[in-house]
Design a protein around this ligand. Sequence first.
Ligand code: FAD
Length: 337
Amino acid sequence: MTMNAATISFSFPGLAPLAAERSNDSSPWEDHRAALQDAVREGTRVRREEPLAAKTTLRVGGAARLYAEPISPADLATLLRVARARGVEIFALGRGSNLVVPDEGVDGLVVSLGHESWAAFEPRADGRVWVGAGLRLKNLCGLATKAGLAGFEFLEGIPGNVGGALRMNAGAMGGWMFDVVEEVRLISLAGDITTLPKAAMHVDYRHCAELHDAIALGALLRPASPAAGEAISRQIDVYRKKRHETQPREPSAGCIFKNPPGHSAGRLIDECGLKGERVGDAEVSPVHANFIINRGHATAGDVIELVRRVRAKVRAARGVELSPEVLLYGGKWEDKL
Ligand SMILES: Cc1cc2nc3c(=O)[nH]c(=O)nc-3n(C[C@H](O)[C@H](O)[C@H](O)COP(=O)(O)OP(=O)(O)OC[C@H]3O[C@@H](n4cnc5c(N)ncnc54)[C@H](O)[C@@H]3O)c2cc1C
């Protein structure tokens, strides 16, 4: 990644040599945990074997070997540097609304910007607004409405936060996240912070290349225009109603497959008669064929098997290769499909 703007470095305390000795647990993960914990300050907790299913909307999968919610950029930078020095892989977690967490969990450090300090919403005098990566899109819409800032309505109903929406270039109702982005502040996995203008970023359908190996800290957004709160609310209601009518209510990770060029993935799956197809408690939604829902006790294995089955049937019947939009957290779909 090119870092073409001011780069800020944080110093961090050295690894504590006694970290492993203080614990009775001799696993290397406990050793990593203790070293990470010793390096941060200000109340950032580093936990072992943190269950992830409840931190996702699909509610499947195992635990993160290591998990932290840093409360400051300095602590985040320290975590990244120490993890990297120890060869521990790093994974950003947003609201978990586009993820399948594997049943075996994630071998690495999962970092969530869940602390309230990452949820800034700061309108500027020039009309633009700074938002923290941990701000929920729902709150962004609500706060923008109150501030009379139009242009973010299309984000209503996407259950992610700003960081996840930037990484995925989330889109709905004809709009994409990067339509409203002017610049993104991010931290590299080496712990260096930089700000990139949109023009320097490589963004397309459900993808932002610069956030593959970096964590977004926040973004400067440009609203479409000032508008009356009432008009904004009305538009949001229209979008909310549309979602209500067309999407399932059960736990899911949103659309499971990308729309192939010239096709709607949902329509292809529907035309293959796959609505209601089930593996364990994972089911192709009868409401929207591109959603896999969790009927209660689905495992990631069930979801993956269903993804495999749907792809195979669509390929055989229509000759179209569907590729997942939902990410396999900590792994690669190629290894599973
Ligand atoms: C009911 C439902 C409806 C949905 N509707 C839509 C829709 O209309 N349009 C749409 O585009 N999506 C939709 N989604 C999918 C999902 O909400 C979006 O992809 C969303 O942007 C993911 O955000 P998140 O915070 O949940 O990210 P997560 O799912 O937690 O993470 C997604 C990816 O982003 C990365 N990431 C998270 N935070 C950061 C960060 N700070 N910096 C860098 N990378 C980060 C993660 O590592 C992961 O690779 C829907 C999902 C559901 C469940």
